[in-house]
Ligand binder design. Structure first.
Ligand SMILES: Cc1cc2nc3c(=O)[nH]c(=O)nc-3n(C[C@H](O)[C@H](O)[C@H](O)COP(=O)(O)O)c2cc1C
Length: 235
C-alpha cells in the first residue's frame, strides 16, 4: 500500500488515507486507540466531591468536651469511615462556616486557611479543598502504613495529615507565622476530636510521623511542614 498526499482527495486527505488502510492495519490502529484511552482513564485524577457535612444534631459541646479522649493505640478502631463522615470531619477541621469568608477555626488576620489537610486512604492521597469542599487527588499510593511510625496507624480507615503551608504563611509577612501555623493546627485537630466523638469515630493526635514519606507522597512544596497525623476509624 502506498500513501500519497497528492491523491486527488482534496480536503478529505486524511479520510482517504484511513479508508485506504487494509482492514487488519485498521484494527491494529483501533486497538491502539482503545489501549491509549484505557491508559488515560486509569491515570486520570480521581478527585472526589464530598457530600454535605453534618452541621446539626449530635451531642452538645459540653458533653463532647467531657467525653473527648484519644483512641487507644492497643485497640485502635479500624472500621471504615464513610464519605459523609469524612466530609463532616474535614469541614469541622477547616470548612467554611459563613457565606464568603469565615471558617470553623480562627485564622490570623482573617486569612484563608494556611494549613493544608491531606487524607491518606486505601485509594490514594488527597488534598482537602475547603473552597469546593472536595478532595483533590495527589497520588494513587496508599501510604497509611508508612506515614506514621507506630504500627496501629496502618489499621485506620483514613489518616488525616496536617501541614502548615509555607507559601501562605510567608504571605502573612509576620515574624510569628510559624507559631500561627501551629495554633491553627491545634484548633483544627481539636475540632476533629470533638466532631469525631460525635460520630463515634476514634481519633488520636500523633506528632510522630515520617516527614520524608509525607513530603514525597503528598508532593509538599518547599516551606510546607507536616505537623501531625490523625488516624481515624469507626468504633
Ligand atoms: C503534641 C502532641 C503530640 C502527640 N504525639 C503522639 C504520638 O506521637 N503518638 C501517640 O500515640 N500519641 C501522641 N499524642 C497523643 C497523646 O499521647 C494523648 O493525647 C495523651 O496520652 C492524652 O490522652 P487523651 O488525649 O486521651 O487525653 C500526642 C498528643 C499531643 C497533644
Amino acid at each position: 500500500m502506498t500513501f500519497s498526499f497528492r491523491n486527488g482527495c482534496g480536503n478529505g486527505l486524511i479520510t482517504c488515507a484511513i479508508s485506504a488502510l487494509r482492514p487488519a492495519l485498521r484494527s491494529v490502529f483501533l486497538m491502539l486507540g482503545l489501549l491509549l484511552g484505557l491508559l488515560f482513564c486509569s491515570s486520570a485524577a480521581a478527585d472526589i466531591q464530598l457530600p454535605e457535612p453534618r452541621t446539626e444534631g449530635g451531642d452538645g459541646i459540653f458533653a463532647l468536651l467531657k467525653s473527648r479522649a484519644s483512641a487507644v493505640s492497643s485497640n485502635y478502631p479500624a472500621g471504615r469511615v464513610s464519605q459523609e463522615e469524612l466530609s463532616t470531619l474535614l469541614w469541622a477541621a477547616s470548612g467554611l462556616n459563613r457565606p464568603g469568608k469565615g471558617w470553623t477555626v480562627p485564622l490570623a488576620m482573617g486569612r484563608e486557611p494556611y494549613c493544608k489537610i491531606y487524607v491518606a486512604g486505601d485509594e490514594g492521597t488527597f488534598l482537602y479543598d475547603w473552597k469546593e469542599h472536595s478532595l483533590k487527588e495527589v497520588s494513587k499510593d496508599n501510604v497509611k502504613g508508612t506515614i506514621g511510625r507506630q504500627p496501629f496507624v496502618a489499621k485506620a480507615s483514613h489518616v488525616l495529615v496536617f501541614v502548615t503551608d509555607g507559601k501562605a504563611l510567608g504571605s502573612l509577612n509576620n515574624p510569628r507565622t510559624e507559631e500561627w501555623g501551629h495554633v491553627a493546627v491545634g484548633a483544627m485537630t481539636q475540632n476533629v476530636y470533638l466532631a469525631a466523638d460525635s460520630l463515634n469515630i476514634g481519633v488520636r493526635y500523633i506528632a510522630s510521623l515520617s516527614a520524608d514519606v509525607a513530603r514525597a507522597s503528598l508532593k509538599l512544596e518547599e516551606g510546607d511542614v507536616p505537623v501531625c497525623i490523625m488516624p481515624i476509624g469507626k468504633r
